[in-house]
Design a protein around this ligand. Sequence first.
Ligand SMILES: Nc1ncnc2c1ncn2[C@@H]1O[C@H](COP(=O)(O)OP(=O)(O)OP(=O)(O)O)[C@@H](O)[C@H]1O
Ligand SMILES: [Mg+2]
Length: 444
Amino acid sequence: MDNAILVVDDEAGIRQSLKGILEDEGFEVETVASGEECVKLVSSRCYGCVLLDVWLPGMDGIEVLERIKEVCPETSVVMISGHATIETAVKATKMGALDFIEKPLQLEKTVQTVKLALTQHGLAVENRKSLLEIIGESAPMRALRQQIAIAAPTQGRVLIYGESGTGKELVANALHRQSQRAKNNFVAMNCSAVPEDLIESELFGHVKGAFTGASSPKQGKFELAHQGTLFLDEVGDMSPKMQAKVLRVLEEQKFEPVGSSTAISVDVRIISATNKRLAEEMERGNFRADLFYRLNVIPFQIPPLREHLEDVPLLVEHFNRVFAARNNKPVKEFTVDAIELMQNYDWPGNVRELRNLVERIVIMVPKVKITANDLPIRRSEKPASSYDFSSYKEASEAYEREFLCRKLAEWQWNISRTAEAIGIDRSHLYRRMKALGIPRNGQP
Ligand SMILES: Nc1ncnc2c1ncn2[C@@H]1O[C@H](COP(=O)(O)OP(=O)(O)OP(=O)(O)O)[C@@H](O)[C@H]1O
Ligand SMILES: [Mg+2]
């Protein structure tokens, strides 16, 4: 955790007075006069609190806020506003600004706000840390931790396989934190979500004016991850264009930002993840072989939760404590039959599904004792194929139930989103759930 404070304001008087009073309180304070300088500093170090002027020449406060939240989501940002409009305030709050202080600054109030902001930062860091722990004492989880310990301190590129929600990002993060790159950035990039025409700008950044809309320069993911780790998520979904661009940087270790002719050299460790069978995608011609072999130096396989159900009690206990603390709620008591039911469920959404279930219970269920009846899950049944169904109706309903439960779990039991994803009406999905006896979201 870092308790340093960064003041960003173009008025020298404000910078000086804030630095003065905050240093008197014993804080480490740095000051800069522009958004551009701020962005540069936060990409090399995470501050506990940034005091950020809304109106800045060049890159404005809102844009700077967005960049800070991108690289250091736990940094508390307090906006300094001379005459901020309601819209700006709403926008800033939505983007994660913690508070506002008005000019002219009231020193007493400012110090108080900063202290609260640093406390908030501490809590956010603690919370993130506990959510970064890899829980589980089963043989596959122990083996996984051991593999991480061996691979982490090397430069080896790791390719992580696993179903959705098994903890691929968590493992990527652990590899980073246990490496010598730990004090530099861990930058995650979801390869399936980048629009085709922004690929280069996302990866390599751009200079001001490189294209319409490029009103200020932007660092790409490779540059942000310099001396750190770049996590390429969903690599199996990279478009051919992106595959070609990434391959080139891996070969040359350098690139040019869009609109610039000066190459930037970077030292980045790549960790990638996918839930697709990449070797098959390669055979089908969807994934370049040269890129595959570059990424797949050390393959990791994370087992689905149904293959280490003995970890369920520990996981439940862990999330129970974390979410009770985070939401200021009492820790729940899960009865033996509740735990037993959870150990006999097949968790199609894996640890994420279990985490969401516990979080929902901690927040939504008022009583402390949680029994099997309070859980919106049912004992897993044998796969439909091994059933001896007496009628077509029975067989197709069993399949439909299994399919819908899996899809609902994938969408955190949100009926509208699930219906959209599988291409039916919300009301139709709701009727089918009722007919098949599938309980609704968190309300058994
Ligand atoms: N062994 C574990 N111990 C504690 N938490 C875990 C474990 N495995 C997964 N989690 C938690 O489950 C959630 C899902 O994990 P993560 O995002 O890493 O999954 P993923 O494999 O990247 O999924 P997706 O393919 O859907 O992106 C996270 O909140 C993560 O912290
Ligand atoms: Mg993921």
